[in-house]
Write a protein that binds this ligand. Structure first.
Ligand code: SF4
Length: 416
């Protein structure tokens, strides 16, 4: 979502005559787009901003801190980081060009952290890659007990389907071939009478759309109708990122996830029965407050049973103001040990699943050069694949997987 927000900010500044640079230290305006979903990301952003004091004072420059950390920690940034000129929350970007112009004239600091119904309708950035994002929703109303997003991005609101369609047409005109529809919980998309399954259907018929994906899903809202639409439309990739978070029903309840392990397993079974070639990935949080050893083992067992194609493993990170922040925390050593063990189990499964790709042929959309003379592309299942041949970004080739290095499949072009 932040990558997409950075594109929105870039477009808004381009409309005010600014150009982006690959050498940030030579810039007139330096914008740090921040995340606060975990403590580590928030601390890094603060430290990085502190490190720009000399840069800021060395010329007639503007330093901006934007995004979720700016929203949640505006007071702290104002007091501690006096060299920051502009502090904007995620709903305040529309005015960024005007704010920069005002600061240039007045040299005074501007802070705007108002939350609103903003969806950045009508702002179509110029893409510079074959894969790009289209935000279909903003905010979240689910209040998972560990998560700060509803507080810093406001309640869920859906963008008009016609505006989404126009942006996709625009991206396709610029050569984008792989489009990811974005939202904190895309399955809750609802605009006028259109739900997420209908939206998927609606955008899949746009001429020239080669691949559509979506991120992130919530297991409580994922419908069988959506599975059916994916099954029936060849340009919707059969990649399902379904955050499980925990394999223990008690922890899921404490997390306020509103589904059970059994519901989750049923969804996975349904997807695999309808679309056997599907790829399923997940997110896991280990060390949630009060998680017992037995409940942690339930999560490991669920990882082993489902055999995800990939999983993003996170240690629980306390976020001030959330419900979980008042629950009794586990000790640091236990959290670290559980994270390490879960990563090890996940790695074994991912390597095993990736090795099962050897000998098979996959449709790969190439996105960029790889180390050496090779090229990197993605399968429909969102797996990065490397080949030694030089292939232009945007080209689609059949690739036979010949080996696996680490967790990356390596292959050769095997066009008929
Ligand atoms: S669904 Fe839950 S985890 Fe995801 S953004 Fe919303 S509150 Fe956070």
């Amino acid at each position: 979502m932040n990558k997409n927000d950075s594109s929105v900010i870039g477009k808004l500044l381009a409309d005010h005559g600014f150009e982006s640079t690959t050498d940030p230290r030579s810039a007139d305006v330096y914008i740090i787009n921040t995340c606060t979903v975990r403590e580590h990301a928030a601390n890094r952003a603060l430290a990085f901003t502190a490190g720009l004091e000399e840069w800021r004072k060395a010329g007639n420059r503007i330093l901006a801190v934007v995004g979720c950390l700016a929203q949640s920690n505006a007071d702290e940034i104002t007091k501690r980081l006096k060299h920051v000129d502009l502090i904007l929350g995620p709903d305040a970007y529309r005015e960024i060009g005007n704010y920069v112009t005002q600061i240039t004239g007045t040299k005074s600091r501007i802070i705007d952290t108002k939350l609103s119904a903003e969806t950045y309708c009508g702002i179509f950035h110029r893409p510079n890659a074959v894969a790009d994002f289209v935000s279909i929703m903003r905010g979240c109303s689910n209040y998972c007990s560990y998560c700060v997003v509803p507080y810093v991005r406001g309640p869920a609101r859906s963008r008009a389907s016609d505006d989404i369609r126009k942006e996709i047409v625009h991206l396709v005109e610029y050569g984008v071939r792989d489009i990811t529809l974005l939202g904190q919980n895309v399955n809750e998309y609802h605009h006028e009478s259109m739900g997420f399954a209908e939206l998927l259907q609606h955008v899949s018929v746009i001429p020239g759309v080669f691949r559509i994906r979506f991120l992130t899903s919530h297991p409580k809202d994922f419908t069988r109708e959506t599975v059916q639409v994916i099954k029936e439309n060849n340009n919707i990739c059969e990649w399902f990122h379904l955050p499980l978070q925990s394999g223990s029903n008690r922890i899921l309840q404490l997390m306020n996830r509103k589904y059970t392990k059994e519901h989750y397993n049923g969804l996975v079974e349904h997807i695999r029965s309808q679309i056997p070639e599907s790829t399923i990935t997940t997110d896991i949080i280990t060390g949630f407050p009060t998680e017992t050893e037995q409940e942690f083992i339930e999560t490991l067992n669920t990882l082993r049973e489902i055999k995800f194609d990939d999983a993003y493993m996170y240690r629980y990170s306390i976020r001030p103001g959330t419900k979980a922040s008042s629950m009794p925390s586990l000790d640091e050593d236990t959290i670290k040990a559980r994270l390490a063990e879960s990563i090890q189990v996940k790695n074994e499964i991912v390597v095993e699943k990736t090795k099962a790709m050897i000998g098979k042929v996959y449709e790969v959309l190439f996105e960029s050069a790889a180390r050496g003379n090779g090229s990197r592309g993605k399968t429909r299942g969102n797996k990065n694949v490397i080949v030694q041949e030089k292939i232009k970004p945007g080209e689609v080739r059949n690739v036979r997987i010949t080996e696996v290095k680490g967790q990356t499949p390596i292959g050769v072009v095997a066009d008929a």
